[in-house]
Design a protein around this ligand. Sequence first.
Ligand code: ATP
Ligand code: MG
Length: 491
Amino acid sequence: MSKSRRSDGQTAVRKPVLGVRWHLALSYLLVIWVILGILVLFMSRLLETSIIGARRASLYGQAHLLASAIRARGGPSAARLTSIGGIPFQGRVLVLDGSGKVLEDSASDPAMAYKKIEFPEVKAALSGREGSNTYYLADGSFVMYVAVPSDWDGNGGAVFVAQDLGDIVTQYENVMRMVLSGGGVASLVALAFAWNLSRMISEPVSDLSRAARMMASGRLDSRVSPKGPLETCQLGNSFNHMAAEIEKTVEGQEQFLMAAAHELRAPLASIGVLVESMQISPPEPEELSDLIDDIHTEILTLQNISESILSLLRTRSGAAAASKERVNPVEIIEEVVKSRVHISSEKKLEVAFRYNRQKEAKVKTTVGTKVRMDPLLFRLIITNLYDNAVKFTSPGGKVAVSLEFPGNGSRMVLMVSDTGPGIPPEHLGKIFNRFFRIDPARQKSTGGAGLGLAIVNEACDRTGGAISVESRPGDGAVFTVEWQNVHVEYS
Ligand SMILES: Nc1ncnc2c1ncn2[C@@H]1O[C@H](COP(=O)(O)OP(=O)(O)OP(=O)(O)O)[C@@H](O)[C@H]1O
Ligand SMILES: [Mg+2]
């Protein structure tokens, strides 16, 4: 199906006239009839050059033999054709004098006696050259005329032989009939073959377009059963894979929307309740500040959630490919740690940041070390991991961030560890899911949407980092992200 642009900007879909069935059938027929045409041409040439040529040579030979025999017996006046014999089958022989007049006719036709023969072959023979030609006569017969020169009595002369080539024509017609009927049978077989072959291709293709139409109308569970030759099976499998991925993505988006709406509903409901209570009984002046604080907290939660959703969507969209700028990761980590210093000191947390090289590295890592990485994505990773460590560690605990460049400067390892409550083993596989929190009720005070680690996960994917977590309940958590090929530049 081809498309063309219409003047109104719409894309007009032009329906092809012929289906694959007709395309195949016509192609096969074309090939067969071209081959047959070449065969017929070749056979006509063969007839011309070899069969008719051989007959010509044979007639020349017979004419020369007759001429020699007549001369040996004293010329046309003494030798009679009937006594010499050697008249070709289906043929007729004329013995001519030097002016082309008939001296003797093997058919003994009295009308031919002394009649002047003026065929070009005869003229050639009377001027001393052999002459021959083939003719289609008015009665539909195909004949060959040959004439050879002969001198009877010093005045020249010729022997003219005519032969009906009906036997060759019959032979040719028989062969042609066989070729054409063979062509007819081959065409029928080709048509049947094309029909069958096109069914093998067109059926899976029709199934595919039906399933695609159903998907377009919202039936995302539409699938095809792959069949036909290898390519259509592969096409069917690819379609099913694509359909499953689309279904999964749409389902994921729906779930995400539902979860997002659910998360936004709780703080909005709290604000609603607070405002309603203020409408029912206007608060005393001393209560007002607490109520405003409560509303402010809920508004901050709403802000956090919407910012996290936006970050996640931006990270996920991939509309802009992750950039590979020269980034100073040490600087970014220090900025993040510094910007959270009021929370960590409020909780009296012991915060340690360590960056160093591995023993085997040749160059010492310094604060100026740079890597090729998207700075925004790296910042999202460190921010969310560090925020979690600070948020979930009890006052007086420890949070450590370390950055290492093992090997010879192509790998980078970021570790964020804390002495918080840790993560139970059954939740380790779920903490990267969107909107997952281990204990949503208890974590109301920490006020998160459960999106931070989902953002970290996406950002790791897009920067080529592998994230892992080790934790035992009550014994803190260690999050590790490892990047390969970050092209570390020491300075
Ligand atoms: N360092 C940690 N120690 C203990 N539990 C953690 C730690 N980091 C994450 N978790 C658990 O994993 C859950 C998911 O973390 P995530 O960062 O995705 O969400 P959040 O911190 O609750 O909210 P948000 O990051 O959206 O503000 C957390 O709610 C918490 O239960
Ligand atoms: Mg978090």
